[in-house]
Write a protein that binds this ligand. Sequence first.
Ligand SMILES: *Cc1c(COP(=O)(O)O)cnc(C)c1O
Length: 426
Amino acid sequence: MERTLENSLSCARQLDDADPLRKFRDHFHFPNLNGKEVIYFTGNSLGLFPKKAHSYVDQEFLDWKTLAVEAHLKAKNPWFYYHHFCEQALAKIVGGNKEEVVAMGSLTSNLHLLMVSFYQPKKNRFKIIMEANAFPSDQYAVESQVRYHGYDPDEAIIVIKPREGEHIIRTEDIVQVIDKNSEQLSTIMFGGVNYLTGQLFDMKTIAEAGHNAGAYVGFDLAHAIGNVPLLLHDWNVDFACWCSYKYLNSGPGGVAGVFVHEKHGSDKSLPRFAGWWGNEEETRFQMKKKFSPQFGAAGWQLSNAPVFAMAIHRASLEIFDEAGIKNLRTKSEALTGYLEFVINEYNNRNPSAELKIITPANTFERGCQLSMIAASDGQRIFNLLTASGVMADWREPNVIRMAPVPLYNTFEEVWRLGQILNFSQS
Ligand SMILES: *Cc1c(COP(=O)(O)O)cnc(C)c1O
């Protein structure tokens, strides 16, 4: 979509007309405010409701109603195997093979489970590296793991910050900190995309540096999955986890997922917290003593599948499969580029009320989200957007985040946002 951008309705409409993914917008329900459809830029927080999830959930209601316990094996989609119905699509989205992924549990609890296996601090190797401003749940999880093993979080957790006066963490700084701590490093646990700044980290380089230092490397992909293409297998990432209610549109508290690299898939020496659903399927119902894990990520499961949440997940993953993550990325770069253009136009006209974009300008360092800091009056601008039917979000102390999502947002919506901003200053 190479063309000269203009801050005009006709330009926005031309871009929408040329968008091969345009039809996917109709697959979703949009919220209303005062009877008007909102401009929804918060798919990074809670993705929209895919219409076809209704019939997927209804199928499970029907099988429960008519088959009850028999549905475990006799349902149209047998519940015993339900997580398998998500694995093909998930594998494509994260760039792994299907044994490396499993839909299970919830994000923070999965992070704990993975840390049990991949954070095994020893007296001379106990440090863990994270990014500054990691999502609070990740900070709490890591701190509590460190304490659980008897170490002091202030000593064990190394937080990599942006340089003075900068908002973005430079990859060279990350690599340098890893190298410097290589003797004592146990694990690296980074975000894929930082929730606050929208920075997309160079996961391949971080994994390489981490392995050179003798550490395990894992990522929390909450803001990356379904947003940017991933190649976890090829990048040699050890473990990863994510939630499905953000870009994956699988509903509030929806079923989350984990990735465990194939190379650890049959490693029975890794410590892990086990449950019956992680046991080999053939012997699971023999109810015998002695846990025998399945090969791959599935061996980290604890409990039987939350079928209703998974039915929504499955419906949503099929949409991703149909749209294709590469196509989504192509549109996403153009759509976010247009948002950046419109914001910068506004800034040029309103230097005193500048919305400074802190997300990297390079497309390879960001997904669809742009985060901005208002020079003054951020809360007023944000409230005005809300009153005008734009759902963006506000993060303390002063960050406005907007995520135009390629599956369902349009160039025209971005143009309309610009009009609302400009109008607010006149
Ligand atoms: C959204 C998000 C969470 C939320 O965790 P839940 O366990 O799903 O409540 C955790 N970590 C990151 C990085 C997130 O973006």
